[in-house]
Design a protein around this ligand. Structure first.
Ligand SMILES: [Zn+2]
Ligand SMILES: [Zn+2]
Length: 348
């Protein structure tokens, strides 16, 4: 056997040529000279096999991944090591060099390839929805018989931003399309229903309240034929806030904490704490706000009773002494609240 290219008959043969002649034209890898990647100018995701993925990665990383995706290593190459480098980026095209080391048929080879990666910038369908102001859900934040407090508004805004920011990394429809503040409350327009549900449960975690949902059919999706729904979700905060006074099962109480599961109150007659679940919410009646607390003076004290003056009529009132009132002395100023014609000393 001799090599048809060089005529040598001394060398090992491979695919009809001597090894040296074979290796002259051998490529360790193959890669296209021109690669095009469609990316979203808004979220930096890129289109791969018909799907938008890998959002939020830096441009250089998109280029490196595009190169990697287009490299094919020849079957007989062994111990291949590939080093990718961007030589320069001009406009939307990156000139890249691919340095390859590997072993073929017992010989080690170094090769260099050039490839240009062009980033074709467009806007992905989800980001086009964002730009067009599309939304699937409206969260209506309201309070019962009162306006929202600035503190409630601040903490709602903050919670919504946090949740959406976290969700956006995986779901580009997790965005706030619009926020409108009105006299009766705030409406938050959210890109997707899924993210709106997560937002509203996070809001309940922070503010409590009761949720109602009402989906409305808005039309039909022309491409899928499915119904297009938009959901209105209302989160209604109670009339009472922490520190306010309520009546529940004939017990006069002060609200001490509110969370997504329950309302914690202090029973003012027993000075014991109890938890009221949200499903019992309709049985709670707001009596007075914490601003209604008044000041008065202790006028006398015995081991069983404490006497104070009514804050408005200045009539003396004798009250049974309770554990937390022991430190009160004659002449001390105390906070009191009148609820259903009874006066309660507020000890904390
Ligand atoms: Zn040869
Ligand atoms: Zn996008």
């Amino acid at each position: 056997m001799f090599c048809p290219q060089c005529g040598s008959s001394e060398k090992e043969m491979w695919e009809g040529l001597c090894i040296d002649c074979f290796l002259k034209d051998f490529n360790l890898i193959s890669i296209a000279e021109n690669i095009e990647v469609t990316t979203c100018a808004h979220c930096a995701s890129n289109l791969k096999e018909g799907k938008w993925r890998e959002m939020g990665i830096p441009e250089e990383e998109i280029i490196y991944r595009a190169l990697e995706d287009h490299i094919k290593i020849d079957e007989i190459s062994e111990d291949v090591e590939i080093d990718l480098e961007i030589l320069q980026i001009k406009g939307s095209s990156a000139q890249c060099i691919i340095k390859v080391d590997g072993n073929v048929l017992g010989k080690s080879i170094h090769q260099e390839y050039h490839s240009s990666v062009k980033l074709k910038k467009t806007v992905c369908p989800d980001c086009s929805k964002f730009i067009a102001g599309y939304y699937e859900a409206v969260i209506q934040l309201r309070a019962t018989n009162r306006p929202l407090t600035p503190e409630e508004i601040r903490s709602a805004d903050e919670t919504i931003n946090d949740v959406l920011e976290r969700l956006w990394e995986k779901n580009r429809l997790a965005y706030l399309a619009q926020r409108s503040e009105m006299k009766e409350g705030i409406d938050y327009y959210i890109g997707s229903q899924k993210s709106a549900k997560k937002v509203i449960s996070a809001l309940r975690e922070v503010l409590g309240g009761t949720v109602k949902e009402s989906p409305r059919l808005m039309g039909q999706d022309k491409s899928t034929g499915k119904g297009l729904y938009r959901t209105w979700m209302s989160l209604r905060l109670p009339e009472f806030e922490i520190g306010d006074f309520v009546i529940y099962e004939n017990k006069t109480c002060r609200v001490v904490a509110i969370d997504s599961r329950k309302i914690s109150v202090m029973d003012l007659s027993q000075l014991t704490r109890l938890s009221i679940l949200w499903k019992e919410y309709d049985n709670i009646e707001t009596l007075k706000k914490s601003e209604d607390i008044q000041k008065t003076t202790v006028t006398s004290k015995s081991p069983q009773e404490i006497q104070i003056l009514h804050p408005e009529t200045f009539q003396p009132i004798d009250l049974e002494i309770k554990p937390r009132m022991k430190d009160l002395e004659i002449g001390d100023e105390v906070s009191v609240i009148e609820l259903n014609n009874e006066i309660y000393i507020i000890t904390e």
